[in-house]
Write a protein that binds this ligand. Structure first.
Ligand SMILES: *Cc1c(COP(=O)(O)O)cnc(C)c1O
Length: 371
């Protein structure tokens, strides 16, 4: 049974396409859309389909599983894993022509061996740590890069780094990172290692750090229409792609003094009209929004009252008229003049909009629309 419960997200594929086209007004570099984590919760396959039709030919993911899923539907797309790589799956990676971000000698060696076995080349990009402190070769491991360059059946197509705080107005550290990165590229070039594709820019750097665009850019969050931080990209004309909705399951009146939900954390101060929604923390509606978040009902804000349950959440709709069982409620999106986006929800949760999007669980159907 599909969508028997009235809780769903709408993913506006035309907004996605407009965001992609908008990125082109910032850069002439190749665009590699980042579609990890199921395209930030939007659904990797439909997202890749639209972007492929719009001209994108290369996609970035975190996991091998994500890469394989995309390759299965789009065999001619280039797919690159930008994060973790396991040497155990080198053969699959080469067989399926997945491009690997490489940050350890052993990874390159395993790919080289598998490629030699299969009579193919494995395509790799070197990941350089210039200050993120995560994965990547550093000064101390620079020699490994030179060793890798000598291995057979490897095509060293790219080299990349990642910024730690390109979403701040103060770009001084990002500038240092870029300088370190370009130094590494130059040193390799001086050793006769010519790498055609250098890349560094995430969404924030695309918006405010053009020197970092280099040969290719890696947009994630702006593709989905949200700003990378409060300091950057607040009003750049990108449109949120996903909205989240549910319909009211039940309405009741409670008296002053009565309580709502587990732990009795909400006590009515006045006779209160309570709407129950069939959505809860199992859907990715964070329980920390209990007695804290809001939703839109008939174009007005309604407070979440009491604790959010696994599958149900209550709203105070006392002051909102014309609400019935079945009235649609907006968890994320606009209704009339009001809007709640993932950035606002993230603020209530003291987290970032990225996490809000990724948290919307697989249990919530994605409905694809084109406006
Ligand atoms: C996730 C990720 C990106 C995209 O970041 P946004 O801030 O969403 O644009 C780019 N590069 C790497 C290496 C990433 O892990």
């Amino acid at each position: 049974m599909e969508n028997a419960r009235p809780v769903w997200t709408e993913v506006d594929l035309s907004a996605l396409k407009r965001n992609y086209e908008r990125i082109k007004t910032y850069t002439k570099s190749e665009i590699m859309p980042i579609v990890k984590a199921d395209a930030y919760g939007h659904g990797a396959i439909p997202v890749v389909k639209v972007l492929f039709e719009a001209g994108a030919r290369r996609f970035g993911v975190a996991l091998l599983e994500e890469a394989l899923e995309i390759k299965r539907s789009f065999p001619s797309a280039k797919v690159m894993t930008i994060g973790y790589m396991s040497t155990d799956f080198a053969r699959t990676i080469v067989e399926e022509d997945i491009i690997s971000g490489v940050y350890q000698y052993a990874q390159a060696e395993s790919l080289s061996r598998a490629a030699t076995d299969l009579g193919k080349n494995a395509t790799i990009h070197f990941k350089i740590d210039t200050g993120m402190g995560r994965i990547g070769f550093r000064k101390e491991t620079y020699e490994e890069i030179l060793q890798i360059a000598k291995l057979p059946n490897l095509y060293i197509e790219g080299i990349y780094t990642h910024f730690a705080n390109s979403d701040q107005l103060d770009l001084s550290f990002a500038r240092e990172q870029l300088k370190t990165f370009l130094n590494v590229c130059e040193r390799l070039q001086a050793q006769g290692i010519d790498i055609p594709i250098r890349h560094a820019a995430n969404s924030a750097a695309i918006l405010q750090f053009p020197e970092a665009h280099l040969d290719l850019v890696r947009p994630g969050i702006i593709l989905y229409g949200l700003p990378p931080s409060s300091q950057v990209g607040g009003n750049e004309g990108f449109e949120p792609v996903m909205t989240w909705k549910a319909k009211i399951a039940h309405i009741k009146e409670i008296q002053a003094g009565e309580t709502v939900s587990y732990g009795r954390t909400f006590r009515a101060a006045y006779p209160t009209r309570v709407a129950t929604l069939p959505v809860g923390y199992a859907d990715g509606l964070n329980r920390a929004l209990s007695n804290r978040g809001e939703m839109l009902v008939k174009g007005r804000r309604a407070a979440i009252i009491g604790r959010i349950c696994m599958d149900q959440t209550m709203l105070d709709i006392t002051r909102i008229h014309g609400v019935d069982v079945g009235t649609p409620v907006t968890l994320l999106g606009s209704d009339g003049y009001e809007r709640i986006d993932a950035t606002e929800m993230a603020k209530w949760l003291e987290t970032i909009n990225y996490e809000v999007l990724c948290d919307i669980s697989k249990r919530v159907p994605r409905v694809y629309i084109e406006k």
